[in-house]
Design a binder for this molecule. Sequence first.
Ligand SMILES: *Cc1c(COP(=O)(O)O)cnc(C)c1O
Length: 415
Amino acid sequence: MENKGFFGKWGGAFIPEILHETFEQLDSNFRQAKEDPQFWQEYLDLMSTYSCRPTPLTFAENLTNHFGGAKIYIKREDLNHTGAHKANNVIGQGLLVKRMGKKRVIAETGAGQHGVATATMAAKFGLECTVYMGEVDVQRQRPNVFWMEKMGATVISVKDGSRTLKDAINEAFRDWVTNVDTTHYVLGTACGPAPFPEMVSWFQSIIGVEAKRQILARHGKLPARVYACVGGGSNAMGIFQGFLDSPEVELIGVEAGGKGIDTGRHASRLCGRDASPGVAQGYKTMFLQNNDGQMLETHSVAAGLDYVGVSPILSHLAEEKRVRFASATDDEVIEALDLTMRMEGIIPALESAHGFVQAFKEAPQLGRDEAIIINQSGRGDKDIFTIAHAFDDPSWKEFIIARGKEYAEDKKGKS
Ligand SMILES: *Cc1c(COP(=O)(O)O)cnc(C)c1O
């Protein structure tokens, strides 16, 4: 790369002066680690004993027969520790923190999944951990807050702005500026200032390396297409890297279409018409923003895809037409999830189900001798509140109401 930290015209590191030295240190440690085969070996060992790597590649035989086209394979990132690909990133950064000799980590989290993964890593590595989370998200994601605190992390509820993810990110940067010497910021996706997009993608490349080996062993040739959902872009970058150098493999990123791409209630940056180039949160990419650069409200049934920016690497790959982008609406996602649960006994996360939607649309167009891979970034049982609500399940509602009553009576009894 000629221009450090840029991918085409995207990316860069737009950071305050006070963080320059820290970024230099992070960048040089990352470069050394990347050159050091022992570092990657230590990473693989840890991922195979603490997480569940290599994760399997599952042949979805019933779905394949149902659609009658390409063979559908599912890469099972849901089987990682804490239930998603996020473990790949946090464990990798944890090893870098050890290398840099820092004792404290901070993180931002929206839905709380990255917060839980970071708290897990911090507990395992004996690091102090603070997680920033918007007040609205703290209220919406109580189970994840509960687990973070139980694993010893301090969760700080951010009351600025819209009290969601972008405000949590700003607050995490503020903390970092104050505590640069002792603290590493564990960024959760392939976004933010360089070297984060490249570094997070590198740790996630473990998905694509495995998937390529597995599909060749099972299918005897490369897949025709690979599908992944795109929030910040880390699971997509992870699996795509196994196939980027094989132009015959088409790569498809699926964004949150929310209520519909024309309703303004979505989070589609690369396939909609509502995003434009901008610089925010330390990097240049396509942002959902108005003409004054004010970030727009986003919407998705999947909390992990609900973000205004996207990996600068994906903005570049979109421009180069190496990755094609599509979107899936909330309704389509629930339908694909329903079908996958019934036919395969697998529960994808709402985020992952976006990839399934597009794969299901395209599988029938391909020949039976072709294969496609869907990256199942995470497991859906974490989404039980949202999924049960979306299915409008009456017995679930009764259960929640009964539980609420029980707690209320308990509280009355004590006071
Ligand atoms: C966080 C999350 C995502 C979105 O993040 P990316 O960086 O785009 O991968 C997708 N799926 C699951 C299950 C997640 O937890």
